[in-house]
Ligand binder design. Structure first.
Ligand code: TTP
Ligand code: MG
Length: 346
């Protein structure tokens, strides 16, 4: 039996700003572009819970947020500061884990199966982690405890801010059943609309059909969804040393939406990466494309092959396939990255 903890910091960028400037405490704070500059272009990166009461949300155009909350304090994104905080928090959390894996700038997975013999103990540990974070970093987080990464992450998101949600193995099915389909990971607005059209609204609804049927409707993701709807996820917590990767990234001189420029840059960095892979006599199994938008929001898509490869052609094709969906976003692209991982010796 595994016990996995997922930690997600609350209103991360905004909380760091408020901690460092106590005058902001209690006020609605938005981190993102400046609504008074650049004709109000740009988006909200995040905001604190006070600002959320006015309807402000991540990803919302900044002038929209300004209309909803003219009295909000608007702050610029200070990425260096958040990365530094992310690293400091990691150091703190790592001590509580048998295995530790960062899942994003403000989210972390801890496998505590060895040090905790039951969920009660894990809950005690989670409370200790919250206390330490408050004491040492002056921040709060929300925590989920569950038998796997998928469930721990969903649990952490259920009570925010400063929440703690425990889902024991026997509770998994009932916990998920009433949730809307987009509570599951990888179900975005498009998949949700498609599922709703097919008359599936809750996770329980999805359980009515076979895996075969879901694959027919949704492609390979159908098989993932079949498992997710049952709370099944066997993916391990991967320590960084196992996760060595080789890659390159480039920041454009000017943020861009120029398709050709972006694709040419991708081709170039894939080429450089594969040169290094070959030089080190390695093969890769996973390729990842990373994008940072003009508002500094960073996201990635990855694909894992059944067998390891060493060639450039496969890497180029997959990189393109992974990049294309990012190009339909309204935001300009600031940075593009490519990497290969799950490496093996030739
Ligand atoms: P989240 O954990 O999704 O959001 P949050 O920490 O601000 O708020 P909470 O977890 O309490 O709901 O994202 C972490 C950080 O990532 C967030 O502080 C800012 C950044 N981010 C963006 O820049 N743009 C986005 O669209 C999102 C969702 C997040
Ligand atoms: Mg967060």
């Amino acid at each position: 039996m595994r016990i996995i903890i997922h930690i997600d910091l609350d209103a991360f960028y905004a909380s760091v700003e408020i901690r460092d400037n106590p005058k902001l405490e209690g006020k609605p704070v938005v981190v993102g572009a400046d609504p008074k500059k650049g004709f109000g272009r740009g988006v909200v990166s995040t905001c604190n819970y006070e600002a959320r009461k006015f309807g402000v949300r991540s990803g919302m155009p900044i002038n929209f947020a300004y209309r909803k909350c003219p009295d909000c304090v608007f702050l610029p994104v200070d990425m260096d500061k958040y990365v530094e905080e992310s690293i400091a928090s990691q150091e703190l959390f790592r001590k509580y884990a048998d295995l530790f894996e960062p899942g994003g700038i403000d989210e972390f997975y801890l496998d505590v199966s060895e040090r905790c013999s039951n969920y009660k103990e894990a809950e005690g540990l989670a409370k200790e982690i919250k206390e330490k974070l408050r004491e040492k970093r002056k921040l709060t987080c929300s925590i989920g405890i569950a038998p796997n990464k998928l469930m721990a992450k969903i649990a952490a998101g259920r009570q925010k801010p400063d929440g703690l949600t425990v889902v024991k193995p026997a509770e998994v099915l009932d916990f998920l059943a009433p949730m809307e389909v987009d509570a599951l990971l990888g179900v975005g607005p498009k998949t949700k609309a498609k599922l709703n059209e097919l008359d599936f609204f809750t996770v329980k609804d999805i359980r009515k059909v076979s895996m075969y049927q879901l694959v027919e409707w949704l492609g390979k993701f159908g098989a993932v969804l079949y498992d997710e709807a049952r709370g099944i996820d066997d993916s391990p917590i991967i320590e960084e040393w196992e996760a060595k990767s080789i890659g390159r990234q480039i920041t454009f001189e000017k943020d861009t939406k120029d398709r050709k420029k972006i694709l040419d840059t991708l081709t170039e960095i894939v080429n450089d990466t594969i040169k290094q892979v070959k030089a080190e006599k390695l093969k890769y199994k996973t390729v990842t494309v990373k994008i940072r938008y003009e508002d500094f929001f960073t996201t990635s898509k990855a694909k894992t092959l059944k067998e390891d490869r060493g060639d450039e052609k496969t890497a180029q094709l997959l990189a393109r396939e992974l990049l294309i969906p990012f190009l339909s976003d309204d935001r300009k692209i600031r940075l593009i990255g490519f990497s290969v991982s799950k490496l093996g010796k030739i």
